[in-house]
Design a protein around this ligand. Structure first.
Ligand SMILES: Cc1cc2nc3c(=O)[nH]c(=O)nc-3n(C[C@H](O)[C@H](O)[C@H](O)COP(=O)(O)OP(=O)(O)OC[C@H]3O[C@@H](n4cnc5c(N)ncnc54)[C@H](O)[C@@H]3O)c2cc1C
Length: 453
């Protein structure tokens, strides 16, 4: 459905930012999102310069009943930040992070990427716990929860969120925090893409200086059991400063399938050496990349391998335990990942600062898990789409008997009415439905894991 040029004039009069239409030369670049499985053709892509533009674009869309997609970093795995025939409100010009070093806070605009918050905070010896690929959007990541390598010490990204300003479905600019609209602030922290367009976030920052000890110890997949044992011990006995993950990855480039343990230790180098001695004593590694490096270097390490333009599928769950039979099952599945794709399993240590926040404090569900685990697969050839998706589904099915309550909304790629109930559980889902009825009863913001009003 095209928007007629005469009609578009009504928007251009009220809108200061860029407007991209299907016949404009930049249209194909503007409509692309991170996951190249997603190929949609919006009627308009608009790039607001500020909240007045956001209000104008939203009003224009609502008057014409255009479907609305909201974009920050464009990393939504199921492609929620684009649409066919509707309007994409691409917040990328509204970006940047301002730090108040005295109050230890950051004000981050709604179209910013993680790198902007990381860089600005580190310039003052401060940090906000965020995700591990620095071209991910602050907005999408935060509104769903926000996992990262500092989570056992500093919690999820939402646990450092002080306030948001958002444009609501009826075009008002509203602030939500513990003191203002507290129920909305509860819902924003875990189901946040449902309630409005966030124009700015305010975060509490934490003192964080000096290098971190970060890297991966790699073994042949035959040692998966032994490595999993070592991983469980690190999770249980390691300090809050130690983030760790266990991985299994398919064979690529002539290398056989592998088992890995990755770590980021944010304590002193001496403490890291002591806490990682057991892992590094295993010997006969294929590779050991654990070393001291600046925090920002670790935050950029996966930017290139996870660059835009690849095809990607994932399924995740929270686990109550990581039993041996599951590790063996996954090792077997990883060895059978489709040729031409990079498939793997990633299991992250959960708990500590995440579990210290009571489950009922935020809409985010799953704080009580022992682990977060995901089957992830990356490929380039469209002919492999079906095989790769079914590989990820099968690997996720193996985890199902060990899953605990909740799902991480930012990973969920299934669609349907009951999906939100599965993510949040019955009680929180009902509370979210009441909130949705109050703030977006017409379901203007439906391109998300939708809370149906
Ligand atoms: C390469 C990669 C690495 C990742 N690493 C991590 C990680 O380490 N930790 C982690 O927790 N997650 C991670 N994720 C998942 C990530 O958190 C989600 O994909 C998240 O939705 C991306 O946010 P975005 O702003 O880039 O996405 P977008 O696609 O722009 O948006 C995602 C959702 O948020 C909504 N939205 C965007 N901006 C706004 C706004 N300003 N106001 C209201 N709603 C908005 C959109 O409508 C959409 O529903 C990763 C994803 C990828 C692809």
């Amino acid at each position: 459905m095209a928007v007629a040029p005469g009609d578009l004039n009504k928007l251009t009069k009220a809108f200061a930012g860029q407007i991209v239409r299907p016949d404009d030369p930049g249209y194909d670049a503007a409509r692309a999102v991170w996951n190249s499985m997603i190929d949609r053709r919006p009627a308009l892509i608009v790039r607001p310069t500020g909240t007045d533009d956001v209000v104008a674009a939203l009003r224009f869309a609502r008057e014409r009943e255009l479907i609305v997609a909201v974009r920050c970093g464009g990393h939504s795995i199921p492609g929620f930040s684009t649409c066919d025939d509707g309007i994409v409100i691409d917040l990328s010009p509204m970006h940047g992070a301002e730090i108040d070093p005295e109050r230890r806070t950051a004000r981050v605009r709604g179209g910013s990427l993680l790198a902007e918050l990381d860089d600005a905070a580190q310039a003052h010896g401060l940090v906000c716990p965020v995700g591990v690929v620095s071209h991910t959007g602050v907005a999408g990541l935060t509104l769903g929860g926000g996992m990262g390598r500092l989570q056992r010490k500093l919690g999820l990204t939402i646990d450092s969120l002080l306030a948001v300003e958002l444009v609501t479905a009826d075009g008002r600019l509203v602030r939500a925090s513990e003191d203002e609209n507290p129920e909305l602030f509860w819902g924003i922290r875990g189901a946040g893409a449902n309630f409005g367009i966030v124009s700015s976030f305010e975060f509490l920052l934490h003192p964080f200086d000096g290098p971190v000890t970060h890297g991966t110890v790699t073994h042949p997949i035959e040692r998966a059991d032994q490595l999993a044992e070592c991983f469980r011990a690190l999770v249980e006995e390691g300090p809050d400063e130690l983030w760790t993950s266990f991985g299994l990855a398919a064979a690529v480039d002539g290398r056989g399938p592998i088992a890995t343990v990755s770590v980021l230790h944010s304590g002193s180098p001496a403490d890291a050496k002591r806490d990682l001695a057991g892992l590094r004593a295993l010997g006969d590694t294929l590779e050991d990349s654990v070393e001291s490096k600046p925090y920002l270097a670790s935050q950029r390490l996966f930017d290139a391998p996870m660059e835009w333009g690849q095809r990607f599928s994932m399924k995740s769950s929270f686990l109550g335990s990581l039993p041996e039979e599951l590790v063996r099952d996954w090792a077997d599945q990883v060895s059978r990942a489709p040729d031409g794709a990079e498939g793997g399993i990633s299991v992250w240590a959960w708990g500590r600062a995440i579990a210290a926040v009571p489950e009922e404090n935020t809409a985010f569900t799953g704080r009580d898990a022992a682990y977060w685990a995901a089957a992830e697969i990356v490929w380039n050839d469209g002919a492999l789409d079906a095989d790769c998706r079914s590989w990820a589904r099968a690997a996720a099915d193996s985890a199902a008997p060990h899953a605990s309550v909740g799902r991480y909304v930012n990973d969920v790629t299934e669609f349907g009415r009951d999906v939100a109930r599965m993510i949040y559980g019955d009680a929180k889902h009902e509370r979210l439905v009441a909130l949705k009825r109050k703030w977006d009863s017409d379901n203007v913001f439906k391109l998300n894991q939708n809370i149906t009003p």
